[in-house]
Design a protein around this ligand. Structure first.
Ligand SMILES: Cc1cc2nc3c(=O)[nH]c(=O)nc-3n(C[C@H](O)[C@H](O)[C@H](O)COP(=O)(O)OP(=O)(O)OC[C@H]3O[C@@H](n4cnc5c(N)ncnc54)[C@H](O)[C@@H]3O)c2cc1C
Length: 537
């Protein structure tokens, strides 16, 4: 699917001004808000979505990149959640095969305990996992002997290895999937704008009937009237709720998760490793992604919700220590190419103070007396089912009409190739044109298609990011259209000027390449654990 007639940001802004009233305005352009925008647009409703930073700038670009039912939620006995997520896993893979693929995981077993007790325990759980996936399953669990494990995953620690349980889940590029969702929603008629902040709510009597939003580029304020306002702001959900009702209780319990990225040589091969029980009872993933290896994550309750949260030292130590227990060659701080931190919007149980690992990953939808609809929780894997649930709540509350039938499960996202255009490469492999699916042909036709700015990033990709993917800053390009910031922060900082000057030739005179590159370099410092010479950042 290619969107030949994608509207520019300017024409989307003009639409905001010319339309007197909308059926719905969505606040927040992460997985949740974008999923809702797509469903509403497919139903034929007039919908605007406003994101104050960039699409997926919040939690939705900082996931572990897994499409999963959640092996660990099995242990919590939440079978309905696991079953739904397993079905959604295959829907996402089907609708965006260039950005999401199946991935085989190994649960390594060590010693006599591993050979007997863990094999029986985790084996039973994984068979249940396969069973719950039913006909949507993407691969079967099996036991693998130690020699084969060493072949499948050469970086794994050998001493005491008694084999592994192998099973299948999915992995994806979260930020690019969000962009594909934004573009698809726009192609279906939605007006989705990034760098557009909602600063106030409009009322008619007691009812919320729209928002005041500020274009962060022009500084202009717009009054946008709508029958329904949907608050999909993730961990920031309470801020908007309190603009509606200063006394509203908090519905989110943010929990921080840290990821470290190291070179592929520490974990060669195409399989991921799941450590199901770390020394303090958590789980740890070691995942091949974009030619590197992701290590993570943590689960640390956090009271504040900064846009760029920083890792705590003990979280970094925890990840490196646990990784050292599983890999033959343990990475150290100086091997870390990038560190990124996300905040999970976990649903806060009413009145309870529960450790975040046990707080539900399920979502919650609340319709306030004023009509403001707030949603939070869930996970990337289930964004589509969650969006459907939100829309159904809005219809039941009489805030919007049901519109025409729309089956988002069958809607391929923009860029999805008709056949296999990837040449067999996926998101586990080094980045390149395969991530663009059907859009790869257009990349070839743009100036600079043969000029590499960095590995996996061509001049044409920067042009495409501006022309088709609504990139407005160097950060938009290097953090979310290309994932270089998340893969190698120092390498990303080194190409900021080059990216900025290509962008300047695409954008209107108001764009300042120097300011954009300087701001990006400052940001990239926060994604570096040490300098190349080993000194602390
Ligand atoms: C460490 C970590 C690992 C994870 N791993 C996985 C995984 O492997 N698989 C999986 O399925 N899920 C995973 N998740 C969960 C998943 O990433 C989240 O559930 C999902 O991204 C939440 O999306 P969201 O749209 O609700 O929130 P966000 O992505 O945070 O979007 C909310 C948006 O609202 C915007 N906003 C806020 N206020 C305003 C305003 N006033 N005006 C306009 N915009 C505003 C913000 O800028 C933000 O972009 C992980 C989460 C974390 C933290």
């Amino acid at each position: 699917m290619i969107d030949q007639d994608a509207p520019s940001r300017e024409s989307l802004c003009a639409r905001l001004d010319t339309r007197a009233a909308w059926d719905a305005v969505i606040v927040g352009g992460g997985a949740t808000g974008l999923g809702i925008a797509l469903e509403l647009a497919m139903r034929g409703l007039r919908v605007a979505l406003l994101e104050r930073e960039d699409f997926a700038k919040g939690t939705s670009s900082r996931a572990t990149k897994l499409l999963h039912g959640g092996v660990r939620y099995l242990a919590q006995g939440n079978l309905a959640l696991v079953r739904e997520a397993l079905a959604e896993r295959s829907t996402v893979i089907g609708n965006a095969p260039h950005l999401a693929q199946p991935l085989e995981f190994l649960i390594p077993l060590y010693g006599l305990c591993g050979r007997v007790r863990d094999r029986a325990f985790y084996g039973a759980g994984l068979h249940l996992y396969d069973f719950l996936a039913g006909r949507r399953n993407i691969g079967h669990a099996r036991f693998v002997g130690p020699a084969q494990v060493r072949e499948m995953s050469p970086g794994i620690k050998h001493e005491g290895l008694a084999g592994a349980l192998a099973y299948w889940d999915g992995q994806f590029d979260d930020a690019r999937l969000a962009l594909a969702l934004a573009r698809t929603a726009i192609a279906e008629g939605a007006c989705a704008l990034n760098h557009f902040e909602v600063v106030a709510l409009l009322r008619e009597g007691e009812q919320v009937r729209g928002v005041v939003a500020q274009d962060r580029e022009s500084g202009r304020r717009h009054e946008i009237r709508a029958r329904c306002v949907i608050n999909a702001t993730g961990v920031w959900v309470d801020t908007l709720r309190r603009l509606d009702d200063t006394d509203s209780r908090s519905i989110v319990a943010p929990s921080q998760g840290v990821h470290l990225v190291v070179d592929r040589e520490f974990h060669p091969g195409k399989r991921a490793i799941l450590v199901p029980r770390t020394s303090d009872g958590r789980v740890l993933f070691i995942v091949p992604w974009m030619g590197k290896t992701i290590l993570g994550t943590t689960d640390t309750p956090r009271a504040d919700v900064p846009a760029e949260p920083a890792a705590f030292e003990d979280e970094i130590d925890f990840i490196l220590r646990e990784t050292a227990n599983r890999l033959a060659r343990a990475p150290t701080r100086t091997d870390v190419r990038s560190i990124w931190v996300g905040l999970r919007p976990l649903v806060r149980p009413a009145g309870d103070d529960v450790a975040s690992q046990r707080v539900s990953r399920e979502h919650t939808v609340l319709v306030a007396r004023s009509g403001l609809v707030s949603v939070t929780g869930g996970k990337w894997t289930t964004y589509r089912a969650m969006a459907h649930d939100v829309v159904e709540h809005c219809v039941s509350a009489g805030l919007i009409d049901p519109g025409r039938p729309a089956d988002t499960a069958k809607r391929s996202l923009i860029g999805a190739p008709g056949g296999d255009a990837s040449g067999g490469a996926g998101v586990a492999d080094a980045p390149g044109p395969h991530l663009y699916g059907a859009d790869a042909a257009e990349l070839d036709s743009l100036p600079g298609s043969n000029r590499a700015i960095a590995p996996g990033l061509s001049e044409a990709m920067v042009r495409f990011a501006v022309r088709r993917e609504y990139a407005r800053s160097v950060e938009d390009v290097l953090a979310r259209r290309s994932r270089l910031l998340f893969l190698d922060a120092e390498a990303a900082a080194a190409v900021a000027d080059d990216v900025a000057s290509v962008m300047a030739s695409e954008l209107e005179p108001g764009f300042s390449p120097e300011a954009s590159a300087t701001a990006f370099r400052a940001l990239a410092r926060g994604y570096r654990l040490t300098d190349r010479d080993g000194s602390r950042r």
